[in-house]
Design a binder for this molecule. Structure first.
Ligand SMILES: NC(=O)c1ccc[n+]([C@@H]2O[C@H](COP(=O)([O-])OP(=O)(O)OC[C@H]3O[C@@H](n4cnc5c(N)ncnc54)[C@H](OP(=O)(O)O)[C@@H]3O)[C@@H](O)[C@H]2O)c1
Length: 357
């Protein structure tokens, strides 16, 4: 049976922010196309409101539909909203731990989960294990391409190498699109805090930029990569060197903007030292054989495999049995609503196609 004539997947979209809106727009743009026939958005919700579309009617603009028909909703309502023919998919475009904690519940019931949120697989080992067990119990898929590299083929490549008998020796990468952008633009002359504001306003950082600057977001991504590469690490096994001074870390979010210049002097100093040696600053995550994992700012020679790239590019080097000396390098935009939404929908389409076989 071809994917185009098999039952469409019923999709519940959680999160209507930067990424969720891009998912909605992409689905609306597919109306009347073969891709649009494969995914039917039957439910959408944010933290305040839920909107139901049981008959899979064409999508209008999200704002007008939410204004007309949305009601307060619950996560419990998602299961019922998905009931019907065809594969069922929860598409998580939130940054919510409450939603991530529900991933095992859905998976165990055969509901597939596709997520941009790193909290499921990139935090406590117990959460990761609960997801793996529930996937097996419910024979459900977990689409995680958008969690690391915003849909770049990183996790899929690691899995494909291992499925072909390869063993991963080490991984090193620039895994944060926002930190890549910051260190591609920071010139040691203008204050670093100004670039942080620009990156935040352009939507490159997490809603709270300290999650990027502290290295916590990169810790989660490295944990996801490490666990996919067979190194089942606990969170505290990744050594993280934060860029955020303690005083800044303790501030409430509404006081953060005014205090951002506290970042400037230490980074100016790091930049000047690197510049004298002709090197570049890059925020690097490393996993070595044996499970040694580190995250922090490094000064790299200009020709280093991780020093290149531009904009929000992620750049990841993988050493393995196949690539013992010269690593396999994967590079491309690693942040942004458009590529993240595309990565999520790629996973959803793959699930629909697999269910149709
Ligand atoms: N932006 C990127 O480039 C990028 C790239 C890769 C991955 N990601 C990941 O994608 C996720 C979303 O990022 P974003 O930038 O779109 O964030 P965002 O703009 O802050 O949107 C988050 C959305 O989640 C909703 N939400 C929170 N709790 C919820 C709940 N219990 N049920 C339903 N919806 C809930 C929020 O609702 P309200 O509108 O009511 O607040 C909001 O609509 C994050 O996990 C992020 O790490 C983002």
């Amino acid at each position: 049976m071809s994917a185009a004539v098999s039952p469409p997947a019923r999709v519940a979209l959680l999160g209507t922010g930067t990424v969720g809106s891009a998912v909605w727009a992409r689905l609306a743009g597919w109306h009347g196309t073969p891709l649009g026939q494969r995914l039917r958005l039957v439910h959408a919700a944010n933290s305040r409101l839920a909107w139901g579309n049981p008959d899979g009617l064409p999508l209008g603009t999200r704002d007008s539909l939410f204004q007309q028909a949305a009601q307060p909703g619950t996560l419990e309502a998602v299961d019922a909203a998905l009931a019907g023919d065809g594969p069922r998919i929860v598409l998580d475009a939130t940054a919510s731990a409450v939603v991530a904690d529900r991933h095992p519940h859905w998976l165990a019931r055969g509901i597939h989960v596709v997520t941009a949120c790193k909290l499921g697989q990139g935090t406590a080992l117990a959460r990761w294990q609960a997801i793996q067990s529930a996937r097996a119990a419910g024979q459900a898929a977990y689409g995680d391409s958008a969690t690391v590299g915003a849909g770049l083929p990183l996790l899929r490549t690691l899995r494909a190498l291992q499925a072909g008998g390869d063993r991963i020796h080490a991984i090193a990468g620039v895994l944060s699109g926002s930190l890549a952008w910051l260190f591609n633009h920071y010139d040691g002359m203008q204050p670093f805090s100004g670039f942080v504001r620009q990156a935040r306003d352009a939507g490159y950082t997490e809603p709270d930029p300290r999650e990027d600057l502290s290295g916590e977001d990169v810790r989660r991504k490295l944990l996801i990569l490490a666990r996919a590469a067979g190194q089942v690490l606990e969170q505290d096994e990744v050594q993280v060197a934060s860029l955020v001074p303690d005083a800044l870390a303790a501030l409430p979010r509404d006081a953060l903007d005014a205090a951002l210049p506290e970042l400037d002097a230490p980074l100016r100093e790091r930049f000047a030292e690197a510049y004298k040696r002709g090197e570049k600053l890059r925020f690097v995550a490393r996993l070595q054989a044996g499970g040694v994992a580190t995250v922090g700012l490094e000064s790299l020679p200009a020709g280093h495999a991780l020093a290149g790239g531009g904009g929000t590019d992620n750049r990841v080097a993988i050493w393995s049995d196949r690539y013992p000396e010269q690593p396999l390098v994967i590079q491309g935009p690693g942040a942004g609503a458009g590529v993240t939404a595309a990565g999520l929908l790629d996973d959803a389409l793959a699930i629909q196609a697999a269910a149709a076989q």
